[in-house]
Design a binder for this molecule. Structure first.
Ligand code: IVH
Length: 340
């Protein structure tokens, strides 16, 4: 029967059409709102949003990951509540120059009995993003919680803010495992940072000193709409915990898998065969660091083989299988042109 409500056997076609229309209209209006050019009063926006919420509650199959209901809502009671990290989110040992990188490489070789492991095989080398480390948990492919690193054992619940980060999927693609916890860095792109400071100046508010501070301030907002407006980005660099995931033998395989699930893995991660190649690679990126629209303060070198990572283990502060090669701090000089 045309136009009949088929709720018993599926979704009512009218509801499906209305949900799609509301999702599109609200996404359109929130983009205008964040661009500082709202076309409808806040009250109208809120009543459309509440109509959409009611319909989606009744027809959960119509909840699209991009639905505005999935991105921004009232701050939950759990905002900033303590979240325990299991396993802990460790820090990294630093190598401040090539000599220290060589010393780390030496230690890795010494720690592995040479008869069993004549070499350590490949290294994976990634950019070391200068932002804020977070952990994001998915259950059956749906984002359920996100937390800051905190002291590494316990962080703060920032799910409401993280849901607004467009780079971070609300729902994973493909064959998602039962549980997946990934770690990565929330950053602010340089172009976004410049635009944010221009807006701050227009509104007579204080400028942020650097993208990292701006990213931190944006994530720790109670009002997720403020976070959404900031346009944060995310790079995922480490698998924290998984249940029901395929078995992997190398870190690079885990990164490729995370990418296949729709998580943003930076394209400049490389698998390199030996220390000479690692040295050439880090030197190259140090020279090119200003070509990018985001900041990185070094590169992270990891023993790629997960079996060897296990055998190397961790110490009190950081894993023995990884090291952060840090660029020397940049000398910045300011030339005083004039005094008015
Ligand atoms: S791996 C157990 N990879 O650097 C190893 N960390 O100084 C976990 N960071 O706490 C970290 N880029 O916040 C890893 N590609 C990358 C990274 C990265 C940035 C941060 C992370 C970590 C800090 C250590």
């Amino acid at each position: 029967m045309a136009g009949a409500d088929t709720a018993d056997t599926g979704t009512a076609p009218d509801s499906a059409a209305r949900v799609r229309e509301l999702q599109a209209r609200l996404n359109h209006h929130s983009a205008l709102y964040y661009a500082g050019k709202p076309e409808i009063p806040d009250g109208d926006f809120d009543s459309l949003l509440s109509e959409l919420k009611t319909l989606e509650d009744r027809h959960p199959e119509l909840v699209h990951p991009d639905s505005p209901t999935q991105r921004v809502g009232a701050p939950p009671d759990t905002a900033f509540a303590p979240v325990r990290h299991e396993p802990p989110m460790m820090s990294l040992h630093n190598a401040l120059d090539i000599e220290e990188l060589r010393a780390w490489h030496e230690r890795v070789h010494r720690a592995l009995p040479t008869l069993e492991a004549p070499g350590v095989g490949d290294f994976s080398v990634e950019l070391k993003f200068d932002g804020l480390a977070i952990s994001v948990r998915y259950e059956n492919g749906v984002l359920v919680r996100a937390a800051t690193r905190g002291d590494g054992r316990t962080g703060e619940d920032v799910t409401h803010s993280v849901r607004t980060i467009a780079d971070i999927p609300i729902r994973l693609r493909g064959d998602a495992p039962a549980v997946l916890e990934v770690r990565g860095e929330v950053i602010l792109r340089l172009s976004t940072f410049v635009a944010l400071n221009a807006r701050q100046a227009e509104r007579g508010e204080k400028a942020y000193v650097n993208p990292r501070n701006a990213a931190a301030g944006s994530l720790r907002q109670k009002d997720a709409r403020v976070t959404a407006e900031r346009g944060l980005s995310f790079w995922c660099y480490q698998l924290g915990y998984a249940e029901g995931a395929p078995a992997f033998s190398s870190h690079m395989q885990t990164l490729e898998w995370l990418r296949s699930l729709g998580l943003p893995v930076n394209e400049h991660s490389a698998r390199l065969p030996d220390l000479a190649a690692v040295e050439a690679h880090v030197t190259d990126f140090e020279r090119r660091r200003h070509e990018f629209d985001y900041e990185f303060d070094g590169l992270v070198v990891k023993v790629d083989d997960l079996g060897l990572q296990d055998r190397l283990g961790v110490d009190a502060k950081a894993p023995r299988w990884a090291v952060a090669y840090k660029f020397p701090p940049e000398e910045r000089t300011t030339k005083l042109l004039d005094i008015e």
